[in-house]
Design a protein around this ligand. Sequence first.
Ligand SMILES: [Zn+2]
Length: 476
Amino acid sequence: MKEKKSNNKQDARDASQSFLGVGMEKIVSLCKRRGFIFPGSEIYGGLSNSYDYGPLGVELKNNIKQLWWKRFVQSRDDMVGIDAALIMNPKVWEASGHLKNFNDPLIECEKCHARFRADAEYPGLIIKIDKWEYVEDRTNISDMKITGKCPNCGVEAGRNFSSLKRFNMMLETYLGPVKDEKNKVYFRPETAQAMFVDFKNVLETSRQRIPFGIAQIGKAFRNEITPGNFIFRMREFEQMEIEYFIREEEWEKWFEYWREEMFDWMKNDLGLNVKDNVFELDVPKDELAHYSKRTIDFEYEYPFGRDELYGLAYRTDFDLKNHFKEPPYKEEGGEAFYPHVIEPTWGVDRSVLAVLCDAYTEEGDRIVLKLKPKLAPYKAAVFPLLANKPELVNLAKKIYDDLRKNLMVSFDDRGNIGKRYYSQDEIGTPFCITVDFDSLEKNDVTVRARDTMKQERIPISKLQEYLNRKLAGAML
Ligand SMILES: [Zn+2]
């Protein structure tokens, strides 16, 4: 994942108002109410910016990850996967430049010790910096002016604020029983470095030849000063990432190729309304990370504003050169060299958030989560018309047991049919199947589609086939 200088107004909003717009409240409320996402450690008052995926959230998240892995790894000849350790040798981060460069520029209120990003905007506090950059171990600033008041404690900012400080965003811990500098290690701030560090091992065991990619899904950690907006920016988050190794002269071709792949994924796999809600931002040259020749941010129109969803970067041969003294790639009869890299990065949690925001629909007082069937936690729900009629319940249970051998299916006999429909619509279940008295006579059931609310009578013997066809075609 790229590290560009952030100039993100959202950061400021997180810290100052520390909460969510109206649209987000509805998403957050649905997530909590229906078991998609809970505040982490809630019975102990929570933990800042930590969230847990609940029973439905883990299904949705796993569906996204499985779809991605199938599409980009298992269905391709030119891709292999890895699953690397979260904690790597600290030398990795020295070589990659993270120990030196993975910093937020901060100023601190010396009265209340609240810290603020120097490149963000806060209400009532004006930080003006012409230019800042890190050179070796020094921070060069030209002309920093702080006016206004501390947004946290209200003291005059000009006199009570520190000069610019660097704050490394890597999360530290210690391995082994002795807590000293020698044993200090870091949770990985990105998944990418493992693909570079394991490059030769993968090459030797997989017999891949460039162009080819190494893919990984996994957690990464960043000690962000201003996390926020629900699961949008968390200190612990998950990435789906590819390092695609190429010849330098072909970088533009492959950059374009991955740009289209990412777009197609958002449109056809996630089902996002890309026309209205997804935007491409070519990161300007002066904001690019120093190793990148070109970066595109895919931004999504979240309820709290337009912000980053995915990124695509051309990382040149920067990383392999950092890790390998000798060129690590050679083909028969050729000279060894350093392959160049195109890096598409997908945030898992941001995918979940974008999918939820995009799918959330209100029709009168009916809330419908119009998820692609492949993403929906349950593909169908089975109801007996009445819970107190054993013959209906037994047949419904039998249908439920048969279907769940192949699909995630839910069973519900609480309340009336209307309430059960409402409940399933809200979690995105594409089909509801009702067993009624006619079913006992005619061996068929009513199947109701989520989006159209149209109902059809389907023979029980054809039910599995019917669902498979509908789910594959994604037509509700
Ligand atoms: Zn203060």
